[in-house]
Design a protein around this ligand. Structure first.
Ligand SMILES: Nc1ccn([C@@H]2O[C@H](COP(=O)(O)O)[C@@H](O)[C@H]2O)c(=O)n1
Ligand SMILES: C[C@@]1(CO)OP(=O)(O)OP(=O)(O)OC[C@H]1O
Length: 164
């Protein structure tokens, strides 16, 4: 049995001088994203896609932003926690594909490092993950530079799927 999940997240830019963390990588920029966690919108989209594939709800259900335990948390920790929940149901990850939607900064120099971190946290080889970026041609909230969005899909399979 295989299942697919999709994730979408968006965060507005925060205060000048705060770090911009995307896919577990600090990307040089004037400001980071405002959030209860570290604001890693890419990790959030991947985590939501993973949870969605397994029918396990979403990030806010498992890690509510009302809980001080998650204040400033590294979103990689949340993805790894979500993976443990999904693996407990007998699932493993086949592949993931994610897109950052941002006018700026330019992501291309960092997507490979992001891919490696997402893959490590999903427990798969780097080749099983793809990270890419697009602008919105200056349209909408990302185009105006108000924030960054991300989308992701994750495919999972039950143990034994490939042995059939
Ligand atoms: N923040 C971004 C956005 C885009 N890229 C790269 O540029 C390519 C062209 O972007 P379009 O929005 O014009 O399609 C895109 O394919 C990315 O490789 C980027 O690095 N950072
Ligand atoms: C990650 C969590 C928890 O710290 O908070 P945020 O960083 O604000 O992110 P969001 O995607 O709005 O919601 C999920 C949250 O529960």
């Amino acid at each position: 049995m295989i299942r697919v999940g999709q994730g979408v997240d968006a965060h507005r830019f925060g205060e000048p001088g705060t770090p911009l963390i995307l896919g577990g990588v600090q990307v040089p920029h004037e400001r980071g994203l405002a959030a209860h966690s570290d604001g890693d919108v890419l990790m959030h989209a991947v985590t939501d896609a993973l949870l969605g594939a397994a029918g396990e709800g979403d990030l806010g259900k498992h890690f509510p932003d009302s809980d001080p335990a998650y204040k400033g948390i590294d979103s990689r920790v949340l993805l790894r926690d979500a993976l443990e929940r999904v693996q407990a149901g007998g699932w493993r990850v086949i592949n993931a594909d994610a897109t950052l939607i941002a006018q700026r900064p330019r992501m291309a120099p960092y997507v490979e490092a992001m891919r490696d971190r997402v893959a490590a946290d999903l427990g798969v080889a780097p080749a099983a993950v793809n990270v890419k970026a697009t602008t919105t041609e200056k349209m909408g909230f990302t185009g105006r530079g108000e924030g960054i969005a991300a989308t992701a899909v994750v495919l999972i399979a039950r143990e034994g799927f490939f042995e059939r």
